[in-house]
Design a protein around this ligand. Structure first.
Ligand code: DGP
Length: 120
């Protein structure tokens, strides 16, 4: 935990958030500034600055974050059907040039509308 980290404060309950899911490794909550009807952040309880600071020992944790995202998407009926219709986007912004503004690892789950590619 980092004392000056907003996401560490959210995980500890010192800053309020709209919780979606929690387990021993992760905490998920609604983004304060949603870019789509569904915009959820999946955050590890371990303070890791971002993917740029991920270590070999974090591989399972990061894989778990993707699994949590898929489970949340299932609960919200966002996963594509057999015809591959529907869906959502999972995003790690890595570094300021990619749009990272909070330096505690987080996976964006964005959905509920169609999206274009490439991203801006
Ligand atoms: P990024 O730009 O990839 O670092 O994403 C950070 C996201 O975190 C951004 O979409 C806004 C969100 N965010 C920042 N501060 C707070 C907060 O205090 N509460 C919540 N719920 N979300 C926050």
């Amino acid at each position: 935990m980092a004392s000056d980290c907003i996401f560490c404060k959210i995980i500890k309950g010192e800053v309020p958030s709209k919780k979606v899911y929690e387990d021993e490794l992760t905490y998920a909550f609604h983004d304060i500034n949603p870019v789509a009807p569904v915009h959820i952040l999946i955050v590890p309880k371990k303070h890791i600055l971002g993917i740029q600071e991920m270590e070999s020992e974090d591989r399972e944790l990061v894989g778990h974050m993707f699994y949590v995202a898929k489970e949340i998407a299932d609960s919200l009926n966002l996963n594509p059907d057999e015809s591959l219709k529907g869906g959502y986007r999972l995003v790690f912004n890595v570094g300021r040039d990619a749009g990272q503004s909070v330096f505690h690892l987080h996976l964006h789950l964005i959905g509920g509308r169609s999206m274009s590619w490439p991203p801006g």
